[in-house]
Design a protein around this ligand. Sequence first.
Ligand code: ADP
Ligand code: MG
Length: 145
Amino acid sequence: MKTIYETFSPKETEQLGQKIGESAKAGDLYTLTGDLGVGKTVFTQGVAKGLGIGEPINSPTFTIVQIYESGRMPFYHLDVYRIADIEEMEEIGYEDYFYGEGFTIIEWGNLIEELLPSNRKEILIEKNIEKGFDYRRIVISEAEL
Ligand code: ADP
Ligand code: MG
């Protein structure tokens, strides 16, 4: 199943993320794909809010994973953009997150496709300048494998 959303401001993107966070179930895993500056972190901030996390969210680009424990369930926020080698994923113990009881979001998850569980969901965010600077198309889909 694939659902297409359109947002016209950062706030709308954050609110969509919040809805995902509010309906999150333990063990859910999403990949989040889109170019730099498209709104992945804005979306993730909404997710965190929806999970009841009060702290600000930053992209864990240099640490690969950031763990938030203050919400309804653990939230594992991964950014694998700088992963050079799958072994780095082993080093951070990715299986604890991917197969754990928390909610996981992986920015640039497409880069580690071979490690992703088949029951994941995917979020793709794209701009379309013809529709305005603040327009974003957000596609949420269940991976078909
Ligand atoms: P990413 O994490 O994908 O690199 P960020 O979330 O850090 O991107 O930044 C997105 C930028 O785009 C922010 O400056 C935000 O204000 C701006 N923006 C403009 N319109 C939107 C929109 N509809 N949704 C999300 N962000 C938007
Ligand atoms: Mg970001």
